[in-house]
Design a protein around this ligand. Structure first.
Ligand code: ADP
Ligand code: GLC
Length: 478
């Protein structure tokens, strides 16, 4: 095997160390996927409380007496096969709450916190640490948007991936100095965005290439309905914008070997029934028809408000719903109210529970994803793999990965779920009723389940696209 090329990935989350959403799954999976393509990827994240304890054989590879106000160091260690560079800056990251907020809301110094991460990442890219210097840097979302900006004028190419354009890293202009920026950076072709600073825009302006996590979302981003004010920037950079679909970790998500469930396969699909029984018990449900699940951040993006006005006919027709999620208070309340109104048919658990999520995909017949926008989405992919057929809104990665049942797709033996549009309660209601009628034709349903389970959502294809992009950018560099 030839010499491995080197790429530094910089992000605010990565499994198995810290996760609030799909970003962490993707950042944690990419290094393994890219290794097979000849690229050694190391992952840099903040050392939030507890992170250093999980690192094996950690050693200091860089330090500063004053990083945005106090001493900091970079610890390199391993977790499994992943090589992690954790930025240990207690004044910024050693906190009791989550990565971005605590009970009182977003941390007031989020700008400084992630500017510091970005600043050190740019430094690592320029000088290398621990005898390792990357040829290219790959950053993710607003938290690391300043890395390409800080690297302008260097010979190190950068890629930024948009996982969600709703989060833009907006800070008041007064923060320029605190973020290591000057008035000269505050231009329309710079970090300025509607009178504020946007660290995401900084990344989109300065990176050599922009990717996002599905082809459909790449197109959507250039339109006002989805671009959230950045559509103009993306239109301008259209030639450098690529939609590369996320993969899933097919070892963690394998119904044949999953230690959290009673295993089953496309060949022995009847065994999925045990999981459904367990799930019904766990949620106190007694459902005869299709059992739908929802596993999600409970926020506006995820279309949670559409469920209550849409679901009654589905429940009347014998369907049921099990919900696992946490998020905005109004959305949690709406779900709990639904469970109270339909005992035995709707069950809700508020919280975050990885293991339970495995049991839900294994036991559910369908996974509901009514998102208003969805850059890629991972739960529909886990659902496909576990024969838990997706019922999804026709947006972003959902539209790219689920083949909706229509007379034509059924005849062509291609359908793997239900796709509804527009994204409103009426279309969702009709989608749910379609699900019931598909479910009632048992032979047909079983054929769809088997087809869904056989599809390959592993990383191989997408990893080769990232590798090709790195190749192009590094050969252009001189
Ligand atoms: P997003 O990143 O926008 O939240 P994705 O579908 O890309 O959406 O990723 C969400 C990830 O978080 C999936 O791995 C999903 O299974 C997981 N997840 C979301 N909510 C919960 C929860 N309450 N408990 C366990 N896992 C959850
Ligand atoms: C974001 C998006 C989600 C995507 C994930 C990983 O959180 O909301 O659609 O799957 O990032 O790319």
């Amino acid at each position: 095997m030839g010499k491995m090329r080197k790429v530094l990935s910089v992000a605010s989350e990565s499994v198995p160390l810290i996760k609030t959403g799909g970003l962490a799954d993707v950042v944690g999976a990419l290094p393994g996927a890219l290794a097979g393509q000849g690229w050694e990827m190391r992952v840099m994240i903040p050392a939030y409380r507890g992170v250093l304890k999980s690192l094996k054989a950690a050693k200091e590879v860089w330090q500063s007496a004053d990083l945005f106000g106090a001493p900091a160091r970079l610890m390199q260690g391993k977790v499994g096969a992943l090589v992690v560079l954790a930025l240990d800056a207690p004044h910024l990251f050693d906190r009791t709450g989550g990565p971005y907020s605590d009970n009182a809301g977003d941390y007031a110094d989020n700008g400084e916190r992630f500017a510091a991460l970005s600043y050190v990442a740019a430094e690592v890219a320029r000088i290398g640490v621990g005898g390792w210097k990357p040829e290219i840097v790959h950053v993710h979302d607003w938290q690391t948007g300043l890395v390409p900006w800080y690297l302008r004028g260097s010979d190190i190419p950068s890629v930024i991936t948009i996982h969600n354009i709703a989060f833009q890293g907006r800070f008041a202009r007064e923060k320029l100095g605190a973020l290591g920026l000057t008035q000269a950076d505050f231009q329309r072709d710079g970090v300025e965005f509607w009178g504020d600073i946007s660290t995401l825009k900084a990344g989109l302006m300065a990176a050599d290439a922009i990717t996002t996590v599905s082809p459909r979302y790449a197109d959507e981003l250039m339109r006002p309905e989805f671009g959230m004010g950045l559509e103009g920037v993306l239109q301008m950079r259209a030639r450098d914008l690529h939609g590369i679909l996320n993969g899933i970790d097919t070892e963690t998500w394998n119904p044949e070997t999953d230690p959290h469930i009673s295993p089953f396969s496309a060949k022995k699909i009847a065994d999925k029934g045990n999981n459904r029984r367990v799930l019904q018990e766990e949620f106190n449900l007694d459902v005869k028809g299709p059992l739908a699940i929802l596993i999600s951040r409970l926020t506006d993006q995820k279309g949670i408000d559409l469920i209550a006005p849409a679901i009654e006919p589905f429940l009347m027709a014998g369907g049921g719903l099990a919900v696992l999620g946490s998020g905005d208070r109004w959305a949690e309340a709406a779900m709990l109210e639904l469970a109270a109104r339909y005992p035995g048919q709707v069950g809700v658990k508020i919280g975050y529970d990885e293991v339970l999520s495995h049991r839900m995909f294994a036991g559910g017949d369908a996974v509901l994803v009514p998102s208003r926008f969805e850059p890629c989405g991972l739960t529909q992919l886990y659902g496909l793999r576990y024969g838990c057929l997706p019922i999804v809104a026709a947006v972003g990665g959902l539209a790219d990965t689920v083949v909706g049942a229509t007379p034509a797709t059924m005849a062509a033996k291609a359908a793997t779920g239900v796709v509804f549009h527009p994204v409103d309660a009426l279309a969702l209601q009709q989608g749910l009723l379609k699900l019931v009628s598909l479910y009632e034709d048992r032979a047909q349903w079983r054929a769809m389940v088997v087809r869904a389970m056989k599809a390959d959502w592993g990383w191989a294809q997408s990893a080769s696209r990232y590798a090709a992009l790195y190749d192009t950018l590094t050969s252009n560099a001189d």
